[in-house]
Write a protein that binds this ligand. Sequence first.
Ligand SMILES: [Zn+2]
Length: 210
Amino acid sequence: MNSAVEEIKSRINVVDLVGDYIKLQKAGANFRACCPFHNEKTPSFMVSEEKQIWHCFGCGKGGDVFGFLMELEGLEFKEVLKILADKAGIQLPEYNPQKASSKNKTLEILELVTKFYEKQLWDGSGKDKILKYLHDRQLKDESIKDFRLGYAPDGWRNILKFLLDRGYKAEEIMETGLLVEKNPKSEALNPKQIQNSNGQNSKVTSYELP
Ligand SMILES: [Zn+2]
C-alpha cells in the first residue's frame, strides 16, 4: 500500500491538484491563494511545487495531495487513496477478505490435523510401534516434538470424521489438499506414514503428497 501512495505522489503534482479546486497565483518558487479552509482576504495559503506540500500560514493547516482532498472533501484516507489512484491511473492491490479467511481456515485445519497426528503418536495407536521406531532411530523426544512428527493411523475416515465433528465443511477440508476430491477414499497422506511439517516449531502450511 505504501508503494501505491508513493507512486500516486510521484504522478500527481500538488499544484495541479490544488489548482483544480482553487485559483493559484505564482509567488516566486511557490504558489499562493486565499485559504479554502478559513475565511480570509489576504492570501496566506501556500503551495510548494518543490516540496509537493501545501500550508496555510493563517489557520496552520497543511499536508500533501492526500491531506488536501481529505480536508477539502471531508473524506477518509482510504477514500482519497481510491480517488487519487484512479486519477493517477494506478491499480490498487485489492484486499479480498473472503480469500484471506479461506487461507486462514486452511492453516487452522492443517494445524489441527498436525495436533491430531501428534496425539496419535504420543498417546494413541502410534505410541508403542512408531515412537519406539523413532527412538530406535536415535531421535530424541525433544526433536520429535520440535519437528512435529506425528502418526497417521489407517484409514482416511479418521481424519475426515475428526474434522467434520469439529464443524469444518467438506469443501474447506478439500481446500487443504488433505483429501483428493476425485477419489475421496484415498487419503492424500499415505496412511501409516510418519510425517513432518515443514519447519521447526512453525505453523504447518502444507503437507507433502506421497
Ligand atoms: Zn487557512
